[in-house]
Design a protein around this ligand. Structure first.
Ligand code: 15L
Length: 274
């Protein structure tokens, strides 16, 4: 095929964190969007199939990241640390590594990034409050703080260089909710893919922040500020209502994992190696 005439909407998409939970889901579903999907991860992942390239890459390796971005049209950044971990690991992957990524994005002329942020940037809001993308950040752990950095860094690259980013404040994206909290935070895989599709294909997004959540019966997040993405979730934690029915019982007043939206993450950090 002639390199200059792509058959699909994008010639080459880069998916980082391709071996992770959500990376694996996206790897299966995004092929129709690009002639070539470049898959990267710090660890070994299953070999490239038709229409794929696999590049093993540590985001902390600046030169490797610059090469990783060569020939890429848009980035789905799902790499880095995705839970509370020792601070040094978070800093290398989510701070230094993310800066390498945006530097390479700029140098290689990439125009759009879909950034896997997290609801943990606002996890210290109480579960009685509904927040939107304009609410001041209230991270619930160091991992959440690093995601705040990602939102700020991507904003800077938009204001400075016009690189568009959609920050997805992902709730809990699994096959199904795993606990009562996830009845509110659940993002079904089908809705994750639809949200990424909206973020990638909406003509102009500037710097947009949106919450990645399905159409669940209880809500902590208001997505009206990202209405231009046209994301309409089709799935709901209602499908799993029998797993975690509302008991009516109030948690003890001193149970902070029930008081705050971040749940157990509020007690998870900081973690030190020594
Ligand atoms: C996250 O940000 C994590 O990446 C994910 O593993 C889940 O634990 C999720 O938050 C959650 O809040 O359930």
């Amino acid at each position: 095929m002639n390199e200059a005439t792509p058959r699909k909407p994008f010639h080459r998409l880069l998916l980082t964190g391709a071996g992770g939970g959500l990376g694996t889901v996206l790897r299966e579903r995004i092929k129709p969007w690009a002639d070539v999907v470049r898959l990267s991860d710090v660890k070994v992942i299953p070999p490239a199939e038709d229409g794929e390239e696999v590049v093993r890459c540590d985001l902390a390796d600046r030169a490797a990241v610059l090469a990783l971005l060569e020939g890429v049209d848009a980035v789905l950044h799902f790499g880095g640390v995705s839970i509370e971990q020792p601070i040094d690991d978070i800093v290398q992957a989510n701070i230094v590594g993310l800066h390498h990524l945006y530097e390479a994005i700029h140098k290689q002329g990439v125009k759009r990034v879909i950034y896997a942020s997290s609801s943990h940037v606002v996890g210290y809001y109480p579960t009685t409050q509904v927040v939107d993308a304009g609410a001041p950040l209230r991270p619930d752990c160091i991992y959440g703080v690093s995601k705040c950095f990602g939102e700020a860094l991507s904003r800077y690259y938009y204001d400075r260089f016009g690189i568009e980013t959609v920050c997805l404040r992902i709730g809990s994206s699994f096959e199904e909710p795993r606990n009562a909290r996830m009845m509110t935070t659940f993002l079904a895989y089908d809705d994750l893919v639809e949200l990424v599709r909206c973020a990638l294909f909406t003509p102009r997004v500037g710097h947009t922040i949106t919450f990645g959540v399905s159409d669940n019966p209880t809500r902590w997040w208001d997505n009206r500020l990202a209405a231009h993405l046209g994301y309409e979730p089709k799935r709901s934690s209602r499908e799993f209502a029998d797993r975690f029915p509302p008991s009516g019982a109030r948690p003890p007043a001193d149970d902070v994992t029930a008081t705050y939206q971040g749940g157990p993450f509020v007690l998870a950090g900081p973690i030190y190696k020594d």
